[in-house]
Write a protein that binds this ligand. Structure first.
Ligand SMILES: Nc1ncnc2c1ncn2[C@@H]1O[C@H](COP(=O)(O)OP(=O)(O)OP(=O)(O)O)[C@@H](O)[C@H]1O
Ligand SMILES: [Mg+2]
Length: 342
């Protein structure tokens, strides 16, 4: 009966009798810990003092106990929360230990903490500057009209950086919120890119950049959220301009793909190609992380929040598409977004 009950528990579960020996273990528990054979002494099955003493305490006091069990397999650590309950089943009395995998919960917590720390830091920098200037304007520079003008200019810059940051955070959380809702509205990709290029033409000219774009002759339609795709290509083209050398160029290529090998579907591929400094391969895997910047000083100087590519990644995922980055140091970078047509 014990075996049948244990097998019905959807977690690794072990029943330990009062003499501190294994009385039964379900298949999940055996694959987690092959030592968990019937009648084996508890101390020979697990070699983690925290877990052993929790089970012993449970046997001794009949009170429920909790412990953490760390499992190492092929260098990968899994973290289990073990709940020990005292159970009486007919003649049998003992401790039932159930193992719940909490690795993801812990990781999510860590990511959240790191995110909050990053956001606070990003907000604190401009805020500190603002407070400093307010102080100066109230005191030493009170009657200095010229300094006031200059400081107000810097303050406006800092405040608009905070504004952009909050805007990006909101849009990131909005995209995450509807991640599961794939957009359906058919939109012409050439048309969307035409709009983005038009919006960025002036910024590009100011930096002496050329945007090379030819709208495809025929419409290429994908189900999409127009505003979000505008955001995607604005960031990619803007990055090409911002991080490219002065007087560089950004080329946009749109291609119809009969069948994308990875998506296994007909798709439209859009590449944004710059001839800037390129990206060292060590940075590529982390590029789409929130707040990840290669040269944070330069990015900040350009008013960047480091959230652009994180937003791009989420929007592309919501469209069930994929993104890839190819880059050669000294030659330039190519960001390609592939969006499925159905
Ligand atoms: N085309 C590119 N060439 C070289 N480096 C790039 C390019 N695109 C992005 N990067 C690097 O990747 C980092 C992350 O880009 P991302 O768009 O996420 O943030 P950002 O541009 O700094 O800020 P934001 O997009 O919010 O204005 C940038 O800071 C930059 O270092
Ligand atoms: Mg950017």
């Amino acid at each position: 009966m014990i075996a049948a009950l244990l097998e019905a528990i959807p977690l690794p579960a072990i029943f330990i009798s009062q003499n501190a020996r294994v009385r039964g273990a379900n298949t999940r528990a055996v694959s987690l810990q092959p030592n968990a054979a019937e009648d084996r002494a508890l101390v020979l099955v697990f070699r983690q003092p925290g877990l052993i003493s929790a089970i012993e305490n449970c046997l001794r006091t009949s009170d429920p106990q909790k412990a953490i069990y760390l499992h190492n397999k092929d260098g990968q650590e899994t973290r289990y929360e073990v709940t020990c309950s005292f159970v009486t089943m007919g003649e049998e009395r003992g401790a039932l230990a159930c193992f719940q995998d909490i690795t993801h919960v812990e990781q999510a917590g860590e990511i959240r903490r790191e995110f909050v720390a990053n956001v606070s830091h990003e907000l604190k920098t401009p805020l500190t500057a603002l407070l400093g200037f307010i102080e100066t304007l109230r005191g030493p520079a009170k009657d200095d009209a010229k300094a006031r003008e200059r400081f107000l200019g810097i303050m406006a810059n800092e405040a608009s950086r905070m504004n952009r940051l909050v805007g990006d955070l909101l849009s990131l959380s909005r995209v995450e919120e509807d991640a599961r809702m794939r957009p359906r509205d058919p939109q012409d990709i050439g048309d969307i890119l035409g709009t983005v290029v038009q919006n960025l033409e002036e910024v590009a000219q100011m930096r002496g950049h050329r945007i090379q774009f030819e709208k495809p002759a025929l419409p290429l339609t994908v189900p999409s959220d127009r505003d979000q795709l505008i955001q995607v290509f604005t960031n990619l083209i803007e990055n090409g301009i911002k991080y490219g050398d002065e007087n560089g160029q950004v080329e946009i290529r749109i291609e119809n793909v009969e069948r994308d090998v990875k998506l296994r579907k007909p798709a439209v591929s859009i590449s944004v190609i710059d001839n800037g400094p390129g990206i060292d391969p060590v940075h590529l895997p982390r590029l789409t992380e929130r707040f990840y910047r290669i040269d944070s000083h330069r990015s900040r100087e350009m008013g960047g929040t480091g959230l652009g590519l994180a937003i791009v990644k989420h929007i592309v995922a919501r469209h069930r598409g994929r993104m890839k980055v190819d880059s050669t140091l000294g030659e330039g970078s190519t960001f390609t977004v592939v969006l499925p047509k159905n």
